[in-house]
Design a binder for this molecule. Structure first.
Ligand SMILES: [Zn+2]
Ligand SMILES: [Zn+2]
Length: 158
């Protein structure tokens, strides 16, 4: 690793946040002049890209910056999309469902047991607190909680 900036020939140290290229390193202020992201924006992806080219090559191809930026953004978007997908899948899996009809339209059958009419609840306004919260509720005190399916009326414990 060259100890001097390939562009300005100044001695490099960590405070100059040098970026390593294939043929040596360039200080932060020099890479910024040529459109390379500054020290605070340099990600691993940028570092890997920089190491794949000579500094001279990078300088002569300003379109490289845009190309890399687009590639990195595309990668990030993919990662984000995958994350969202996995979360949706996880949520779907953990959802509490009626054991009979697999409906997610269920409600805790708790204190309102007395006089609670399933028929009334079915077709009426349904609790939209989210079944996720119900699942969490069930696990919290370790005790089984009684639920009722608002679609078919099945009562079950979880
Ligand atoms: Zn420099
Ligand atoms: Zn059901």
């Amino acid at each position: 690793m060259a100890k001097y900036c390939l562009e300005c020939n100044q001695k490099l140290n960590l405070f100059k946040f040098p970026v390593r290229f294939k043929n040596g390193s360039v200080c932060n202020s020099c890479v910024k002049e040529f459109g390379f992201p500054g020290a605070s924006e340099i990600t691993i992806a940028w570092q890997v890209n920089a190491r794949s080219v000579d500094w001279e090559e990078f300088k002569s191809k300003p379109e490289l910056v845009e190309q890399w930026r687009a590639e990195i953004e595309e990668q990030n978007a993919k990662v984000e999309a995958r994350k969202a997908e996995q979360q949706a899948e996880k949520f779907e899996k953990e959802r509490l469902r009626c054991p009979k009809c697999k409906s997610i339209n269920i409600q805790v059958l708790g204190k309102q047991k007395k006089g609670f009419s399933v028929g009334k609840a079915v077709g009426g306004a349904v609790l939209t607190g989210g079944v996720g919260t119900l699942a969490g509720f069930a696990g919290k005190n370790g005790k089984k909680v009684e639920f009722v399916c608002l679609d078919c009326g099945t009562q079950f414990k979880k």
